[in-house]
Design a protein around this ligand. Structure first.
Ligand code: FES
Length: 190
C-alpha cells in the first residue's frame, strides 16, 4: 500500500517514539530526496544528548536549509512538539526554512566585529547590494544575512561569502570579494 507524504509526516508527529522511528524509516526511503536526506541525518543524530541543534546544523549544512516537512520528523524523533522545534529554528538567525537565493553573503554582527567597524561594512553592503540584512537583492543574485560570530573575532570585521570565511573585510575589500566571486561564477558557466 502506498502512503502519501502527508500521511508519513502525520505518523511521525503522532506516533510517539515507535511511530517516529517507523516514520523516519519510511521517510528515509521517500521519493523526495530532501525528506530522505533529512530522515537519514535525524536518525544519525537522534540518540545524542542535546541532539536538536546538531541535527538542525547537519540538515542545513547538507540541504542548504531546513525543509518544512522535516520539522515533524525531527519532533517525532526527539519526542518534542512541532512548535518547539519550529521555535528553535526561528530563534536562531542562522537557520533557514527556505533555500538561499543567489550568492550568500553573511556579515558578522557580534560584539567584536561591531567594535571593529562591522556597521560601516553593513551600511556599505546595503547601499551596494540594494538590500538589507535578511533580504535578497531585487535581481535575486545575492542574499545578505546577519551572522553572530564566525570565529574570526580578532580579525574582524568578518564575513562569509558562499561558505568561505574572510577576515579584515573593509568596504573596498568586500567590493573586491563580490567582483572576484562574480568573475569565478561566470568562468564556471563558460
Ligand atoms: S565577533 Fe565577528 S567573528 Fe567573532
Amino acid at each position: 500500500m502506498r502512503m502519501s507524504h502527508e500521511a508519513k509526516i502525520d505518523l511521525a508527529s503522532t506516533g510517539g517514539a515507535r511511530g517516529g522511528k517507523l516514520a523516519l524509516d519510511i521517510a528515509a526511503q521517500s521519493c523526495s530526496p530532501a525528506a530522505a536526506a533529512a530522515a537519514r541525518i535525524i536518525q544519525t543524530h537522534q540518540d545524542r544528548p542535546g541532539a536538536l541543534l546538531p541535527m538542525l546544523h547537519a540538515i542545513q549544512d547538507e540541504l542548504g536549509h531546513i525543509p518544512e516537512d522535516s520539522i515533524a520528523l525531527i519532533a517525532a524523533a526527539l519526542q518534542r512538539s512541532r512548535a518547539e522545534v519550529y521555535g528553535v529554528i526561528t530563534f536562531y538567525p542562522h537557520f533557514r526554512l527556505q533555500p538561499v537565493q543567489g550568492r550568500h553573503l553573511e556579515i558578522c554582527r557580534a560584539e567584536a566585529c561591531q567594535a571593529r567597524g562591522a556597521q560601516i561594512l553593513i551600511d556599505h553592503a546595503q547601499r551596494t547590494l540594494g538590500c538589507g540584512l535578511g533580504q535578497t537583492s531585487a535581481d535575486g543574485s545575492i542574499t545578505a544575512d546577519p551572522v553572530y560570530c564566525l570565529g574570526l573575532c580578532a580579525q574582524g570585521p568578518a564575513v562569509m561569502l558562499d561558505g568561505q570565511p574572510h577576515a579584515h573585510v573593509t568596504p573596498a575589500r568586500l567590493d573586491t570579494l563580490l567582483a572576484e566571486d562574480a568573475t569565478l561564477a561566470s568562468e564556471e558557466v563558460r
